[in-house]
Each structure stands twice: as structure tokens, then as C-alpha cells.
Design a protein around this ligand. Structure first.
Ligand SMILES: *Cc1c(COP(=O)(O)O)cnc(C)c1O
Length: 459
């Protein structure tokens, strides 16, 4: 069992306390100056509950690449989820939690030889493929592995299409690939697809499930007698403005039509974003401000940026939930604003035009919905650190979770987060709180300051 550091424990909070209140408490204490995340375990637990209620036939294999935070993986493992791993390291990470290899699909269709060898050594026995060369690789390294053919079926709109990179054409390519698999005496057991991450055309699932049914028939005609897996991939929206229902109604209907319970086919999915997105909220601090010349436009510099948490959401051009000042002041005038990250990189802009109440040095801004494709993608470019993550859970969910392996009583602390932060600092050598906004006088009028310099130059 893993021994958690103090800051890595899950902090137990009262049942009715909100994430915003937790962030406000931390900020008011003045114990934290860097940007930080609050990870609400309860939100994750609730997502799993909704999934099980709305798509009881579809077994979720969480896509680890979306967010590989250890507590998140542990919570999902505790709730009995299975996992979609794309590499050796992801397989190891999940197996180190005590997850049985039968609960893993190695769902990267294009694999490195060493990773296939590793999967075989760990008895991971289910993988996807979409081309000939990969079939030969599997034949030579892990010939008894069960295979799922990945077909291409893209939604007409999604945040990120995966079809250009992965998936074979169900009509022009799949037949030849299946014949080759049969000639190589490999064991094809099912079909998979991914309609695109952040799918905004849920009926794509209907098209893809119908196409999968044709491939099932074709495979059976070719002699594959053990076709028992349909993998409907990921793509499910997870943010607070979307609901799983818009997908589940379509998916359940299509499954009943083409893969009814009497077919005996096991239905699995690989949701990433759906589970992880809403559970993480980021709190950032303004550490510098300037006016854009000749324009009523204020540029705020905050201590997190493109190279930290925002690269994924910005590149996906997803609808970043609008930033919110932590302490709203309705008396503040609303001004056109932009938000910039701390690095010297020109790309390091988070929002280039938004109306926000006038804010000041040291004010905090929060971003919700930042749990998907943020944390594992972040880097320390230009020397700016990654944001710490504080996990919280309310008492009710704590009682449910605390003895579900791999989660144990040891994972939790009832100490307030502020006390933990203080203590962690005292226990490390870094005893000083470096606050980048802590100056005595905020310079209100930079031009006055400049004038003084010119005067002294003239002398
Ligand atoms: C990334 C990925 C997923 C997860 O997709 P989401 O859109 O986050 O649900 C699932 N399956 C595969 C094969 C992936 O590459």
C-alpha cells in the first residue's frame, strides 16, 4: 500500500461545503500563493453513479490518458471500473493499484514492440488494431492476445477528431484486415471505434454501432466464432452544461437494435473526459496587470497558463468555462480583459477577450471543468511549477469509500487543508511563503512613475 504524503491525502470536508468555499478558505488564510487545484472526489463518484444508472449495459474502461492523477485512478479502481491504457507506463500504473489484467484493454492500435512485450508479461490480453503491420507484430510477440478491430466512424463535430490517425475503413479496409488476421490464426473477438473526443453529434454513436454490427457479421462469416466485445470508445461530454442522457438514449436504443442483451455481446466503452472533467477546479492569482495601449482593455497576468493547465483546452478550442473572480464584487465596473500565463512564450495566452469585473493585484480567479487533458499535459516550460492538487471528499462519501480497495483509511485526513498546507511548509526547508503579489504599494499610474525617471535623466 502506498503511504501518502500529507498534502497528497484526501481531505474530509463537511457534507454541504462547496468547492468555492474551500478555495475561499485557503485564499483567506494567505497560506497559499501559487495556483492550485481542488479535486472533488464526490463529483467523480457521482459521475460513476450516473453512468451506471444511464448505461447499465456499458462497462466503462476509463481512458487513463485523460487524467492519470493517482487518487483519481484509485477512486475509479475502488468503484470497480476497468481501464483503457495506451502504453507500458499506463499499464504499470494501473496494475500497481492491484487492478487485475483482465480489467485492462491496451487500446492503442499502434503499439511499440516493447510495450506489447510488457503487456504480454503482465497478462494483459485484450488490444485493438487497425492495420496489417500491427497484426504481424502481435503475431510474433503476443499471438494469443484477443483482438478488437478499430473502425473509423467520426462524428460530424467533436472537439478533437481521432479518425485521421486511427481506425480502418469499415467497408474498404476491414474485410482484408480480418482475412489477414484469420490467415495468421489470430483471435479477433470484437469491434471498437471512437467517434471523436468531446463529441457534439451524439447520433454518430448510432451510425458507428450499426457499422459495427456489419463487421460482426463479416467476421463471423470469415470464421471468427467468438465475437463477444463491442467497444464504443470515448467521446462523451462531461462538462456541467452537458448531460450523459443526450448520449445514453441514443446508445441504449442502438444497442437494443443491433446488440440486444440476447446477443450475449459484452459492451464496453472508454470514457475519459466524461469522468474527469468536472472534478477539478483551478484557482489562480493575478500577479501583474497592464493596460493595452490606446484601448480600454486590461491585460491580467496570472500564475498558470498555456504550458500549465490550459494547453489541452485551448488547442481543442473547447468552450473553456468562463473564468470567475473568486470574490465577486458587483460594484466593480466591467472591462474588456485578457488573461495571460506567466511564461515568456507568445502562445501563453488563456483568454484574449472577455468582459470581467475590474480586478486588482493579488485577486484570485477560478476555472471550473479543468480535469480533462490538463494535468498530464502540463509542463514546467520556462521554470514555472505545476499546480498542486488538493483532493477533498465529503463525510458521506468518505464513509462509503474508505474501505474499498485500493482506497483505505490511510488515504484520508480530517485536518483542515489550510493546516496541512502550513504544516507541509514547516516540514520542508522552504519555510518562507513566497507571495508574488506581496508588495507594499500597488503602482496605480505607471506613467507617473515613468515621468520621474525622465526627470532624473535630464539632470
Ligand atoms: C483518448 C481516448 C479515449 C478517451 O476519449 P474521451 O473523449 O476523453 O472520452 C478513449 N479511447 C481511446 C482509444 C482514446 O485514445
Amino acid at each position: 500500500m502506498r503511504i501518502c504524503g500529507l498534502e497528497e491525502k484526501i481531505h474530509v470536508v463537511d457534507n454541504d461545503v462547496t468547492v468555492k468555499e474551500i478555495i475561499r478558505d485557503i485564499v483567506r488564510s494567505k497560506e497559499k500563493a501559487d495556483a492550485f487545484y481542488i479535486f472533488d472526489i464526490g463529483d467523480l463518484v457521482n459521475k460513476v453513479k450516473i453512468w451506471k444508472e444511464q448505461m447499465p449495459r456499458v462497462k466503462p474502461f476509463y481512458a487513463v490518458k485523460c487524467n492519470d492523477n493517482l487518487l483519481l485512478l484509485e477512486t475509479l479502481a475502488a468503484l470497480g471500473l476497468c481501464f483503457d491504457c495506451a502504453s507500458k507506463v499506463e499499464i504499470k500504473k494501473v496494475m500497481d493499484l492491484g487492478v487485475d489484467p483482465s480489467r485492462i484493454i491496451f487500446a492503442n492500435p499502434i503499439k511499440m514492440v516493447s510495450h506489447i512485450k510488457y503487456a504480454m508479461s503482465q497478462c494483459v490480453n485484450l488490444t485493438t488494431f487497425d492495420n496489417e503491420l500491427e497484426l504481424y507484430k502481435i503475431k510474433s510477440i503476443h499471438p494469443s492476445c484477443k483482438l478488437v478491430i478499430r473502425i473509423r466512424c467520426d462524428a460530424s463535430s467533436s472537439l478533437l477528431s481521432l479518425g485521421v490517425k486511427f481506425g480502418c475503413d469499415p467497408y474498404t479496409e476491414a474485410p482484408a484486415l480480418l482475412s489477414l488476421a484469420r490467415d495468421l490464426d489470430l483471435s479477433v473477438v470484437g469491434v471498437s471505434f471512437h467517434v471523436g473526443s468531446g463529441c457534439t453529434e451524439p447520433t454518430a454513436f448510432r451510425r458507428a454501432i450499426s457499422a459495427s454490427a456489419s463487421i460482426f457479421r463479416l467476421a463471423e462469416q470469415l470464421g471468427f466464432s467468438n465475437m463477444y466485445v463491442l467497444n464504443i470508445g470515448g467521446g462523451f461530454l462531461g462538462n456541467k452544461n452537458s448531460s450523459l442522457e443526450q448520449f445514453s438514449d441514443i446508445v441504449n436504443d442502438a444497442l437494443n437494435e443491433w446488440f440486444p442483451p440476447s446477443s450475449g455481446v459484452t459492451i464496453i466503452a472508454e470514457p475519459g473526459r466524461y469522468f474527469a472533467e468536472t472534478a477539478f477546479t483551478l484557482a489562480t492569482k493575478i500577479y501583474s496587470i497592464k493596460n493595452r495601449p490606446n484601448e480600454e482593455h486590461i491585460m491580467y497576468f496570472i500564475n498558470e497558463g498555456f504550458y500549465g493547465s490550459f494547453r489541452g483546452p485551448i488547442l481543442e478550442q473547447s468552450t473553456l468555462v468562463p473564468p470567475k473572480p473568486l470574490f465577486e464584487n458587483s460594484a466593480s465596473p466591467v472591462v474588456k480583459s485578457s488573461l495571460w500565463g506567466p511564461t515568456g512564450g507568445a502562445l501563453d495566452i488563456i483568454v484574449d477577450s472577455i468582459n470581467l469585473p475590474r480586478m486588482h493585484m493579488g485577486d484570485w480567479i477560478t476555472f471550473e471543468n479543468l480535469g480533462a487533458y490538463t494535468i498530464p499535459v502540463a509542463c514546467t516550460f520556462n521554470g514555472f511549477p505545476l499546480s498542486k492538487i488538493f483532493a477533498v471528499v465529503n463525510r458521506r462519501i468518505w464513509h462509503k469509500l474508505k474501505n474499498l480497495m485500493p482506497i483505505s483509511e490511510e488515504h484520508f485526513t480530517t485536518e483542515p487543508i489550510v493546516a496541512t498546507i502550513k504544516r507541509a511548509r514547516a516540514e520542508s526547508s522552504d519555510d518562507v511563503l513566497w507571495d508574488d503579489t506581496d508588495i507594499e504599494h500597488t503602482i496605480q499610474y505607471p506613467c507617473l512613475h515613468l515621468k520621474k525617471v525622465f526627470t532624473s535623466l535630464e539632470i
